[in-house]
Design a protein around this ligand. Structure first.
Ligand code: NOJ
Length: 572
């Protein structure tokens, strides 16, 4: 087995809720700038900043993912100079900066869309337009049965152009017609704008949605019935609406453009939609990744589809699946982000209170030892639980449009509440405003940064310690992975291996203490390579983990990163 390409640890910042520098209640670029030193103490390689570009006001903006102008910073977040200041400081600290790039759609007030509605050349076919059909009463019907992820049909009638346009998300997010190279060229130009300014790469939004079937054929329903009246995206197979092979060709063009820069530019694709609503996105994601012609990495729904504490068998299956589809690397582990309830509460809801902290720490150790990169969402290093609706976020304070289009239980606001910087300050130190963007979460107070800084055993210091340790383990960064099937559940064991190092990663995925004699599972040579004492019986406490063959790292968990890392990293 070949070693994987090197992986990295990426920290995701969701700007609206990270740090508000001007007291208007919304996080901003200067807030991010002020907190880069904090991010650097975590020991991550890169920062991904969710979109800060010009966007329609209110719910139509989809939290920044409907873009009015790719080249403009939305004034509510600051200015291009603020953004450049982030780049400069991050680079001084040795942190790479990735921005979000949304290539599957724009906002409906983007100049391209306005011109396309008016059939102006060359914008006429920049979006996906169609006449649709009429029923026997003369009522207009959309061209096919495709549904929007956010509820309802994926088509909206435009009175100006008198045609339907495709939107996979909100009606304010018309899908770009990336099936034609002219549109891809325009998208690539917008990307170059930020690369020329010095960004180190992109998190590419919604990659499976980049292309569609040019013949607009109906998707099959998952239970085989057609026609029918359901409005649910999750009930279809997406043979035609998304996950098209043509996306691989578009990606090759993106890669060629990225590689035309002298320094490494990185791509992290979001590929969390499989061939059906709840399905497996790993094979789709893997088809986008390639050392020479593809994306550097993708995050998938492998961890995001886990809604309870993962048992040993489930993780073992996932590891094998990832290793099979990403034999040379390119997987990015992501369990939490701005779209999904935080893993610290989502995965531990059935765990006894006294074990929860241990379990959350174990999850962190698991995420950083799985094959691939790791994308950590702001607050994950604090072990924050998701904010609850309506206990933590009253209904009249909700922001995410999906609560209206799809139902309250789909609201993503629980993962987007203010970052708790200081337990003693207004809005937990996020903002001095009386009306913060979303309310600060009371249960986050005890987990605020100031509290955790003082506690050597805190999740924050644990995360720093573990990330620093990971950096010293080549096998965790780029090793192959082999699950040791014979190790009995609830223990889980897999070996990460490079030429220079083998590490056995051992996890007790249960609340009961477990003992094991490891030499029963490895031969003498293997035991020697992983420092396993052949006579020893190992005991793992509830949700305990152990690593054999790792290199010890001298860690002062409270110290700030000592030396400035001037040399930019190469990424994957
Ligand atoms: C994925 C983003 O993470 C999400 O927030 C957004 O709503 C959709 N893509 C549409 O852009």
């Amino acid at each position: 087995m070949t070693e994987h390409r090197p992986s990295e640890v990426i920290y995701q910042v969701y700007p609206s809720s990270f740090a508000d520098s001007n007291g208007d209640g919304l996080g901003d670029l200067k807030g991010i700038l002020d907190k880069l030193d904090y991010i650097d103490t975590l020991g991550v390689d890169a920062v991904w900043i969710s979109p800060v570009f010009l966007t329609p006001k209110g719910p139509d903006g989809d939290g920044g993912y409907a873009i009015t102008d790719y080249r403009e910073i939305d004034p509510k977040y600051g200015t291009v100079d603020d953004f450049k200041a982030i780049l400069d400081k991050a680079h001084d600290l040795g942190l790479r900066v990735y921005t979000d790039f949304v290539l599957a759609h724009t906002a409906n007030d983007h100049d391209w869309f306005e011109k396309s509605r008016n059939r102006e050349e060359p914008y006429d076919d920049y979006y996906v337009w169609d006449d649709g059909h009429k029923d026997e009463h003369g009522n207009r019907l959309p061209p096919n049965n495709w549904k929007s992820v956010f509820g309802g049909p994926a088509w909206n009638w435009d009175d100006k152009r008198e045609q339907w346009y495709l939107h996979h998300f909100l009606a304010s997010q018309p899908a770009l017609n990336n099936n034609i190279e002219k549109v891809q060229d325009a998208v690539l130009d917008e990307m170059r704008f930020w690369l020329d300014m010095g960004v180190d790469g992109f998190r590419l939004d919604a990659m499976p949605f980049a292309n569609h079937d040019p013949d607009l054929r109906n998707n099959p329903w998952r239970d085989g019935q057609w026609p029918r009246d359901s409005e649910h995206w999750e009930e279809q197979y997406f043979q035609h609406s998304i996950c098209q092979d043509s996306t691989v060709h578009f990606i090759a063009r993106i890669r060629e453009m990225m590689d035309s820069y002298p320094d490494k530019k990185t791509t992290l694709g979001e590929a969390i939609s499989g061939p059906d609503g709840g399905g497996d996105s790993v094979p789709v994601a893997a088809s986008y990744v390639d050392a020479e012609k593809g994306l550097d990495m993708c995050y998938t729904n492998a961890l995001m589809s886990i809604w309870e504490y993962p048992d040993a068998g489930r993780v073992a299956g996932m590891v094998k699946h990832l290793e099979h589809h990403f034999p040379e690397g390119g997987n990015c582990n992501s369990a939490s982000n701005h779209d999904i309830p935080r893993s610290a509460s989502r995965m531990t809801k059935h765990i006894a209170d006294e074990d929860k902290d241990k379990a959350v720490k174990q999850l962190m150790e698991l995420f950083i030892s799985l094959p691939g990169s790791f994308c950590m969402y702001q607050g994950e290093e604090l072990g924050l639980p998701a904010a609850r609706i309506p206990e933590d976020i009253p209904l009249d304070k909700l922001q995410d449009p999906v609560a209206h289009t799809k139902g309250l239980e789909h609201s993503r606001d629980g993962a987007r509440t203010p970052f708790p910087w200081d337990s003693g300050k207004k809005n937990l130190g996020f903002s001095s405003s009386d009306t913060p963007y979303l309310p600060a979460t009371e249960s986050h107070k005890a987990r605020a940064v100031d509290v955790q800084e003082k506690d050597p055993e805190s999740m924050l210091n644990f995360t720093r310690d573990r990330l620093k340790w990971r950096k010293a383990q080549p096998a965790l960064q780029k090793g192959t992975t082999k699950v040791i099937d014979k190790i009995p559940a609830p223990l889980l064991g897999f070996v990460r291996k490079t030429k220079e190092q083998s590490i056995l990663c051992l996890f007790n995925m249960s609340s009961a203490q477990q003992s094991i004699k490891l030499s029963d599972y490895f031969n003498e040579k293997q035991c020697k390579s992983m420092n396993i004492n052949k006579d020893e019986t190992v005991t793992l406490e509830a949700y305990g983990s152990a690593f054999y063959g790792d290199k010890p790292v001298a860690v002062n968990v409270n110290a700030k990163t000592a030396a400035k890392k001037k040399t930019p990293k190469t990424g994957t």
